[in-house]
Design a protein around this ligand. Structure first.
Ligand code: ADP
Ligand code: MG
Length: 294
């Protein structure tokens, strides 16, 4: 491919709302055979909402929600936005928080009103924070996860304080996008840090067979490398801080413009509007550009 023809492709990309880091990026897309897609915020809208609040015995619902929202106030994750919105809608004031820490792909922690509060995946809280989650609460978390929800547990001063179930809708253009990827001969893979139930619900709706759930940010990077070691040429589509390492390692990293700066900085392409339908367009554009030249 000549540099001039590639530049034409780059210009067409920006008309479509696809920002391309450099013309050489288009050459990499030609051999892509596998497209790995993050779930939350990529295949789904990322506009999550709290659908159930399950406080532990002796914990008031408002106190659970308010403290969780306060701990999440420093987070850019869709789960955080859902919890903060739920507290606001319930008229619960979120107390001041300090010492915020984001644990990518797992949860958050902060000091709220003098109490240590952590919100995140139950497995992470149990392992990293040695929190004991009562069997009945674990059973209810598992039930909600099997129903396809994302569930986070809340821990206050080392004690399990309850859980919040959160739901997210698949993007309206996602089904057609997956069909178009297949028509282009590309194999879709769903890769998520979320639980298997939530991942399977989305995969079933979209007809994706290869599903990898409960994967940490480092695990996402390892997944890309393992696919490459298998001889696959991999495009990765993601939006989160948790996707950045995988986006950088992929043969073609594609960031959703609706996502985080970290994802965009790590990627070769950015879909400015976050319209998933432009993913197959980006790959077709590159193929067409190269065909006219060769
Ligand atoms: P995905 O790969 O679907 O984008 P992430 O890797 O960002 O998901 O997160 C994996 C899981 O970690 C989430 O489903 C949630 O349970 C938990 N988690 C991540 N960020 C937060 C947060 N800010 N607050 C609570 N839980 C979180
Ligand atoms: Mg995401």
């Amino acid at each position: 491919a000549t540099p001039t023809a590639l530049l034409v492709g780059t210009g067409r990309g920006s008309q479509l709302g696809i920002l391309i880091r450099g013309p050489e990026v288009l050459e990499q897309t030609r051999r892509v055979d596998t497209v790995v897609l993050d779930k939350t915020g990529t295949l789904t809208s990322g506009r999550m909402s709290v659908t159930a609040i399950d406080p532990a015995a002796g914990v008031a619902e408002a106190s659970l929600l308010g403290r969780a929202a306060a701990a999440e106030s420093g987070s850019v994750h869709p789960v955080a936005a859902a919890i903060i919105a739920a507290a606001r809608e319930a008229g619960v004031a979120a107390p001041e928080s300090e010492g915020f820490q984001a644990h990518d792909g797992a949860g958050v922690s902060a000091v709220v009103d003098g109490s240590a509060v952590a919100v995140g995946r139950a497995g992470w809280l149990a392992e990293t924070w040695s929190v004991e989650i009562p069997d009945a609460a674990l059973a209810s978390i598992t039930d909600r996860e099997s129903a396809g929800m994302t569930v986070v547990a809340v821990v206050i001063d080392g004690q399990f304080a309850g859980s919040l179930a959160i739901a997210d809708a698949v993007r309206p253009e996602a089904t057609a996008t997956i069909e178009r990827l297949r028509a282009l001969g590309l194999e879709p893979v769903l890769l998520t840090g979320d639980n298997a139930g939530a991942a399977e619900r989305v995969a079933a709706e979209l007809g994706i067979d290869d599903v990898r759930a409960g994967v940490t940010p480092v695990g996402k990077l390892d997944t890309i490398r393992a696919l490459q070691a298998d001889g696959r040429v991999v495009a990765m589509v993601g939006d989160g801080v948790n996707d950045a390492a995988a986006l950088a390692a992929a043969d073609l990293g594609i960031a959703m413009g609706s996502g985080t700066d970290a994802a965009m900085a790590a990627s070769d392409l950015t879909i400015v509007s976050g319209d998933l339908a432009l993913v197959p367009d980006a790959i077709r554009l590159a193929r067409r550009t190269l065909r006219t030249i060769v």
